[in-house]
Design a protein around this ligand. Structure first.
Ligand code: FAD
Ligand code: MLT
Ligand code: ZN
Length: 484
């Protein structure tokens, strides 16, 4: 079968010798600073790059890309390096192009709510900026304090409010992209409607740095809601979680902005974590927990809706217990329980992360099946001190049909990985789900795309890759299988 072009790229970081007199201009880092850029957020993937470049403009990046193209030097684009699939760090000694020095807001239209900014702007910084004008970023995630908007677009990140504000495929209005040969697509338009030719920006959204490097983003920001309510409920079964979701949609559908679920194992990891202390809002333990957020423009209207919802949920016996945040501090405290899950699990052990889309009614079957599979492989439930698996947690964005299964283990060990894979991928494929709901494919799932996409689609993707990156220099070994 055909060999994919990426293997051509065997960089020797001759780039450094190509531009020695330009060191200051290119901001080339010293050797001791490199570790941070070679290791991913989970400590699972580590590259050996000896060259990290932080361009300050699309033009600088264009010049560097041209040099790399001419010299067959492979490149890994990197944003905040919070990706969870090994896409943002080198596999070997690829040059890392980190966008953090491109962090300027270029313009904000206060009438239309359209923001134009550099790709290296941190999501939370942007959200604070647009908040001053009465707007909000259309996505929110636990990594908001570190991830870049360019990284979000490249990964097509989903997050906590996808349910309400939708995909970046809808909110991104334009992109500036430097192509592998150094050409620049200057597509930073702010138009809501534009049917002139192919909508090329869509190809870069979710392309995980394999087609071009995003240097600028133009994005529509929605008005910041005046009234935000947040409740957390304790429930006794996954069936009750589903019924609650139905009821919440019935009572609060038009103001619903998040519906997240966390199972007891995950909740307990957060409560017992040393990372950050959390006050348990419940006196009794529950099997499942959900967070329900509404965002609207009229406080009285939203209060009334939430009140009716609570009455219905309590009367029907769907929830066993619940808390309603009374102020901004309580809202933050409840969200912190959900947002600190990844970090808390990471402190418990080395985490195998699976981010899947499934029919909602099948979601928790997978968590149960994974626990059984671990027991069958004698890595869980054998003896507390000796189990290789420390916790199996299920949580996620239930409103989007997106489950996160996290298996915290004593290490990244073959016994654990062999028990989980391809078991999880096969389960997901058997219910026609997706093996990557929002985290992407990266290095972790480059060879697994076939579980969710047909051969013709994969072949089309490979051909598109060759159009933009004929030498296979951009983010090699990631995203697409090297062989059919
Ligand atoms: P990086 O990790 O640096 O890169 C991600 C990918 O994009 C890589 O393939 C990289 O090569 C490429 N890339 C980065 N910048 C560019 C660029 N400018 N041009 C081209 N390619 C680029 N994801 C979700 O979808 N939903 C969540 O709720 C969510 N929560 C998270 C919570 C935590 C605590 C953490 C650690 C991660 C979470 N993530 C989540 C995963 C992650 O995808 C997001 O954090 C984010 O989108 C990655 O942005 P980044 O700037 O860190 O990109
Ligand atoms: C989340 O929803 O918390 C994120 O996608 C990150 C994760 O699952 O670790
Ligand atoms: Zn998520």
């Amino acid at each position: 079968m055909e060999q994919f072009a990426t293997v051509m790229a065997t960089p020797k970081t001759s780039l450094l010798s190509t531009i020695p007199s330009d060191k200051a201009r290119w901001n080339v880092l010293a050797a001791e600073e490199l570790d941070h850029f070679n290791m991913d957020w989970m400590g699972k993937y580590r590259g050996k790059s000896s060259c990290v470049i932080k361009p300050k403009s699309a033009e600088e990046l264009s010049a560097i890309m041209r040099i790399c193209y001419e010299n067959n030097i492979a490149i890994v684009p990197q944003g905040g390096n919070t990706g969870l699939v090994g896409g943002s760090v080198p596999v070997h000694d690829e040059v890392v192009v980190n966008l953090s020095s491109m962090n300027k807001i270029r313009s904000f239209d206060t009438m239309a709510g359209t923001l134009v900014c550099d790709a290296g702007c941190i999501l939370e910084v942007l959200d604070d900026y647009v908040a001053n004008e009465g707007y909000m970023m259309p996505l929110d995630l636990g990594a908001k304090g570190s991830c870049h908007i360019g990284g979000n677009v490249a990964a097509n990140a989903g997050g906590l409010r996808f349910l309400r504000y939708g995909s970046l495929h809808g909110s991104v209005l334009g992109l500036e992209v430097v192509l592998p040969n150094g050409d620049i697509i200057t597509g930073l338009q702010t138009l809501r409607k534009d049917n002139t030719g192919l909508d090329l920006k869509q190809l870069f959204i979710g392309s995980e740095g394999t087609l071009g490097i995003i240097t600028g983003v133009s994005i529509a920001t929605p008005p910041r809601p005046k009234s935000v309510k947040l409740a957390m409920f304790g429930l006794d079964s996954y069936e009750a979680v589903q019924q609650t979701f139905r009821t919440v949609r019935k009572y609060c559908g038009e103001i619903l902005s998040a519906f997240e679920f966390v199972d007891a194992d995950t909740f307990n990891v957060v409560m017992n974590s040393k990372v950050q202390s959390h006050k348990n809002p419940f006196t009794e333990p529950h099997r499942m927990y959900v967070l329900v957020e509404t965002s609207g423009s009229n406080k009285e209207h939203d209060d009334e809706k939430m009140q009716l919802l609570l009455e219905e949920l309590l009367e029907s016996g769907l929830i066993s217990d619940g808390v309603l945040a009374q102020d901004e501090t309580q809202i933050r405290a409840l969200w912190a329980i959900r947002e600190n899950i990844p970090e808390s699990l990471g402190h418990l052990g080395k985490v195998y992360k699976y981010d899947v889309s499934l029919p909602i009614e099948k979601m928790y079957d997978l968590v149960d099946a994974v626990k059984l599979q671990c027991q069958k492989h004698r890595i869980l439930g054998v003896s507390p001190g000796e189990d290789l698996v420390l916790a199996v947690g299920g949580y996620g964005h239930i409103g989007d049909g997106n489950l996160h299964i996290n298996v915290a283990a004593k290490g990244y060990l073959a016994e654990v990985e062999n028990a989980l894979e391809p078991f999880i991928y096969e389960f997901v494929a058997s219910v026609r789900g997706s093996i990557s709901a929002e985290h992407g494919l990266g290095l972790m799932k480059a060879d697994k795309i076939g579980y969710s996409k047909d051969l013709v689609s994969i072949d089309c993707m490979k051909r598109i890759k060759r159009v933009f990156d004929p030498k296979g220099l951009l983010n090699p070994y990631k995203y697409l299988p090297s062989r059919n």
